[in-house]
Design a protein around this ligand. Sequence first.
Ligand SMILES: Cc1cc2nc3c(=O)[nH]c(=O)nc-3n(C[C@H](O)[C@H](O)[C@H](O)COP(=O)(O)OP(=O)(O)OC[C@H]3O[C@@H](n4cnc5c(N)ncnc54)[C@H](O)[C@@H]3O)c2cc1C
Length: 210
Amino acid sequence: MSYYCDKYPIIEKKSISRDTFSITIYAPEAAKAAHAGQFANISAPGFTLRRPISICEFSRSRGTLRFVFEVRGKGTEAISRLNVGDNLDVLGPLGNGFAIPDSARRAVLVGGGIGVPPMLGLAKKLGDRATAILGFRDYSRIILADEPTGNLDSTNGNEVMSLLKELNRDGATVVMVTHSEENAREAERIIRMMDGYILTESKNIRVVDA
Ligand SMILES: Cc1cc2nc3c(=O)[nH]c(=O)nc-3n(C[C@H](O)[C@H](O)[C@H](O)COP(=O)(O)OP(=O)(O)OC[C@H]3O[C@@H](n4cnc5c(N)ncnc54)[C@H](O)[C@@H]3O)c2cc1C
């Protein structure tokens, strides 16, 4: 297992929900060595001990590693203040990562809250062989759940849509980002966007059996 310790430039930073940030660095050697489920020890500016954060996603072709973390204390708070152009001091990839036998035909990935990001790399590797079941403490903390049926076959996609409709019936507001016309037709309000701009906004009148 090879690992690296260096300062890597932050090329993207996003706030993705309350107190949760996504940071992507350009670290080609580390990205080449990374496997789904591994983590890195990240230095928090001003602190001696590094903070372990899972590798959420890696791209060998782009040479990038992505971390998603929640601000829990002073260390993660210091990391969250870094911005694009700053360097992130990273030791990794570390740990064994996920071992999935080649014979596995289907996998169900179950994760909650900040336990979700480490599964993204695995979900991408498994593609439509994986069904992800994600849980969050409250609606303001939902992360990485857009395109809910994007990688699923129609049976599993329909199951996910039924669960979302059930949540909606129970009083939850569901905001869904999708390219699927069929899924969009289930929504009460549809906002069509392109290149970050709103194209149209409409109310969806659905005929419900009496
Ligand atoms: C293998 C691994 C992967 C992780 N992946 C993620 C992730 O992807 N996203 C995410 O948001 N969080 C992740 N965590 C939890 C994250 O490491 C802690 O939330 C973070 O270290 C808290 O640091 P802090 O300074 O903000 O908090 P503080 O509570 O102020 O930290 C105080 C001290 O406790 C240590 N510490 C605190 N929590 C942990 C912990 N869970 N494990 C080990 N040491 C800890 C810190 O290193 C520090 O020395 C992971 C933890 C582990 C062990």
